[in-house]
Ligand binder design. Sequence first.
Ligand SMILES: [Ca+2]
Ligand SMILES: [Ca+2]
Ligand SMILES: [Ca+2]
Ligand SMILES: [Ca+2]
Length: 470
Amino acid sequence: MIKRNEQTCARSRPLRWACPAPVLATVVLAAVVLAALVGTVAAGSRPAQPEPAAPKQAMRQTTPGGSSQISGTVFLPVMQRCVPLDSVGLAGPETGTIGLTQTLTAMVSTASSRLPVTYTWWVGSQPAVVHAGGLEDVIEIRLERTGAYPVTVEATNGCGVVRAERVLTLTTRGLVAFERHYAAEEPHDIWLLDSAGSGMELNLTNTPDIDEGAPTWSPDGNWLAYSAGTPGSKRAIYKMDLSSGQVTALTDGSRDDRWPDWSPTGDRIAFMRNLPDLAPNQYYPDIWVMDTDGGSQQQLTDWLWQDDFPSWSPDGLWIAFTTDRDFNGRDLWKLEADNPTHLVRLTTTARPNPEQDERDEIYPSWSPDGWVYHTFVYSNNEHDESELLYRVRDDGSSREQVFNDAYNRYIPSFSPDGSCFVFYSFLGGGDKEVWKWCDGYTAALNLTDNEAGDEFCAWSPVPQGSTHIP
Ligand SMILES: [Ca+2]
Ligand SMILES: [Ca+2]
Ligand SMILES: [Ca+2]
Ligand SMILES: [Ca+2]
């Protein structure tokens, strides 16, 4: 019990006082007067926001003996100006890749008298995100559409708002498109994965009743063309806008169109069209080309049997393809796209016994450095068939096996700088996987280590540093 006539106050930390009532009343009165004076003087130079009231907690209690005392906590007013933040900084990448997480950091430059700081983020048309934080705040962004996204962050400590803005451009750089299915008869979907091996995967089509396959990139990386149809039906060529997800049919599907390859110059798509001229439901395709909106469809070869698997040269002048036009197995030829009667034969392997042996070159894939990679299908007397990765000079001058082993590998697709390629393979056993090989590797890297069939992979052509979005 505190004596009523005691004239001193016992202070505990910080600013906690327990005093007889008369002494405390004096202190409170003085504080109120002082605060009023300071408020009057400072009002002209202060920001618009009002000074917060100094917290006071006091309670009058009546003791059992009937005497009265004040106990509890009293905060004396702290004479601080409300200091606004003077700026906010925004750090992080200005370019990124869809599907991958981008991290942006906002930092205010002044601690000021007030924390927390409230950060409000806007990214493109996404809903605003509000965080209460300290001098720094982090936001993680993962978006699945290409585009240029305005990013704005506002920071306030209650005494004024500061803002920073930038543009985050998301492309498909470093991604690999491929087709995947699980059960043997299950229709395929088009997926994306991260060539860097982060494990990021994105199902672009997600259509359980439609079979999509053979994706090919536009040179700006913003579109994918592919063939699709319901299982067992004739297929058509489609393209997907990766900035919106919108899908457009380029052909009508009445003649079974497959295997599109988008020209490196961007203006045309080659494909193979199966015309049932010889027999219904038989497979005798020719090479065709069309504009990227499906217009100006033009037949480039008119061979009675099979011309298929078109692959553009890097300069967009030639198309390599597979043909059986010498009636002795299959070989690689190329044609000049604007002068398709100009044909050049690239391989000349013939079957020793045409009825029983295979010496077939299929699946051409033109590399940036002047080779046409392909699968060499080899067997004798219908035994010991192998499917090995070979490459032939694009003038047909030399030909060699790419890896010195007996594993199959199919359809390399090269990174924009040419130092790496992806392929699919049964390498390692089990189901098909997408693998990556780079200069200097001693073993390929499995990018799809799962139980699905993963195949027909295509590396995005967007080069490092590119921010181009059409
Ligand atoms: Ca599908
Ligand atoms: Ca034909
Ligand atoms: Ca051959
Ligand atoms: Ca797999």
